[in-house]
Write a protein that binds this ligand. Structure first.
Ligand code: MSP
Length: 512
């Protein structure tokens, strides 16, 4: 049977040499969803990449004394390296400087122009001549250029405009007919009340004051507005309007765009209108997640309140960082980041609950049965409770992941692990080990622990891939598939476990 497809995207990042842990959030959550969907048997296409055009990048390149292309090439390598160190399993990394993307955007722009949705007009704005930048009234600081503090003047330039206004009613109707298009619900209300109801103005979609952008093919000197360029990545990456559009035909429309809350507006107003104008289907869902914040405020370079995420990975391990980010930010809202909170989560959940459990259990198999796990299948009431909890995990994780409550899905897995620890305390294997006549009972207890750990680990693969691999290796099992969690007893009786490995070391606070 052909697998069901799942097309998932996270935003393409502005290339930066200064990524922080907040930047990693969207992409880690995307990765966990992609891995989870693959686990469930979907044919997943997970896209991410870099958003490389625009005046800001051009300026930075000038400051660095290199061409914009040289500038972005160098920092894109930095983004790729970061995703590698976080084990991000994307299927494609798109760059907006890729030839295929550039051609696709040019065709989209031309098509919209030819059909009258893009037209030429005049852009009137507040311009800072030394900085060559347009600003809006609200961006000014004390009425002056926010970059250099100098006077700005009202300037008009020729520009192309996109008829957002024409599609306003259709967009509202689409929201009404597809109540799950924008989530969480609160973000939808914000879009309608703050942006759509006051009336959509046509959007200026070309610039002439700088040239680091995609040229408009039919009017020299104009480059395409960076958001029209960037949003198109979701279809250009699949070969839309190219000779080879097989991926487009297979994967479009996207099942899920995950974006940070501040860019929901672009994804739920400009993007759907672009797609309506192109007469192609709209994405099924745009999910706007909350932010990781520090002390209630932004993580910011100027405040110097963060380290490169790779430093945390080197100190605490990649899965500690992934776990923190996935667990700490509740569904749709903000979550606080601090190194101390990261240490607490690592010690409390990963070292104590998960690491200890696996270590103790493997240790007992080695100590009492020379590493062999046997299943005498003689369960008592207390065993049934654990077994039922293990068997109900699939349904819980599925339910939470269906509504993207990643943090709660992890919580459900850790609830089972907690119950395993409680089961050890209640069945007291060390007491059973003292009495020869309790050997079978001890075997049963250990089997139930091993099998519960295996079931929890099947799901952990989506969130903590390295840890899950290490646990499966220690358990010496290759029964790691999603369906194997519907039945208790899949772990093969008679298996010899491998040597124990420490999954997470307890971190002493004065270490850092
Ligand atoms: N280039 C645009 C996206 C274009 S998509 C067609 C962009 N790039 S970005 O680099 O500024 O942001 C990338 C992602 O990182 C966004 O989803 C943004 O919300 C996310 N985050 C940046 N800081 C964040 C936190 N502190 N916390 C969580 N996510 C945040 O926007």
């Amino acid at each position: 049977m052909e697998k069901k497809k799942f097309y998932l995207t996270t935003p393409i990042y502005y290339p930066s040499a200064n990524f922080h842990i907040g930047h990693c959030y969207t992409t880690i959550i995307g990765d966990a969803i992609a891995r989870y969907k693959r686990l469930c048997g979907y044919d997943v296409f997970y896209l991410t990449g870099t958003d490389e055009h625009g005046q800001k990048i051009q300026k930075k390149a000038v400051e660095a004394g290199v061409s914009p292309q040289e500038y972005v090439d160098k920092i894109v390598a930095n983004a790729k390296d970061l995703w590698k160190s976080l084990r991000i399993s994307y299927d494609k990394f798109i760059r907006t400087t890729d030839k295929e993307h550039v051609e696709c955007v040019q065709k989209i722009f031309k098509k919209l122009y030819d059909q009258g949705d893009i037209y030429k007009g005049e852009y009137k704005g507040l311009y800072c001549t030394p900085c060559e930048s347009f600003w809006t009234e609200t961006q000014l600081v004390d009425g002056k250029c926010p970059d250099c503090g100098r006077e700005v003047s009202v300037v008009t330039e020729e520009a192309y405009f996109f008829k957002l206004s024409k599609y306003q009613d259709r967009l509202i109707k689409y929201y009404e007919e597809n109540p799950k298009f924008i989530e969480p619900e609160s973000r939808k209300n914000e879009m309608i009340n703050n942006f759509i109801k006051p009336g959509l103005e046509d959007l200026c979609v070309s610039r002439t004051s700088f040239d680091w952008g995609i040229p408009v093919t039919f009017d020299e000197g104009h480059v395409v507005y960076v958001w029209i360029d960037a949003l198109s990545n979701y279809i250009s990456a699949l070969g839309f309007l190219s000779e080879n559009d097989e991926l487009y035909r297979k994967y479009w429309p996207a099942d899920l765009h995950i974006v940070g809350k501040e860019i929901v507006r672009f994804h739920t107003i400009i993007w759907p209108i672009m797609l309506m104008a192109l007469d192609i289907p709209l994405p099924k869902k745009v999910f706007g997640h909350g932010w990781l914040i520090i002390d209630g405020g932004k993580i910011s370079k100027s405040l110097g309140n963060y380290k490169d995420p790779r430093e945390y990975i080197d100190t605490y391990g990649v899965d500690a960082v992934r776990y923190f980010v996935l667990r700490e930010v509740p569904f749709g809202s903000d979550g606080n980041f601090s190194e101390e909170a990261l240490i607490n989560r690592t010690n409390g959940d990963l070292a104590n609950i998960l690491g200890n459990l696996v270590n103790r259990t493997i240790g007992m198999v080695n100590k009492y049965f020379d590493g062999i796990v046997d299943n005498p299948k003689a369960n008592e009431e207390i065993d049934e409770e654990l077994i039922n909890e293990a068997l109900s995990l699939k349904e819980k994780v599925d339910q939470y992941m269906d509504v993207l409550e990643v943090s709660k899905a992890l919580e459900a897995i850790f609830d089972l692990l907690r119950s395993c620890n409680k089961y050890i305390d209640e069945t007291t294997p060390w007491v059973l080990a003292k009495d020869e006549s309790s050997k079978d009972r001890l075997k049963t207890v250990i089997y139930n622990l091993i099998e519960s750990i295996r079931i929890a680990t099947v799901f952990l693969q989506a969130y903590l891939p390295e840890t899950a691999n290490s646990i499966f290796k220690q358990l010496n099992t290759d029964i790691t598939d999603y369906n194997s969690t519907s039945e208790f007893g899949k772990y093969k009786s008679g298996t010899k476990v491998n040597a124990p490995e420490v999954l997470f070391k307890r971190i002493e606070k004065d270490n850092n």
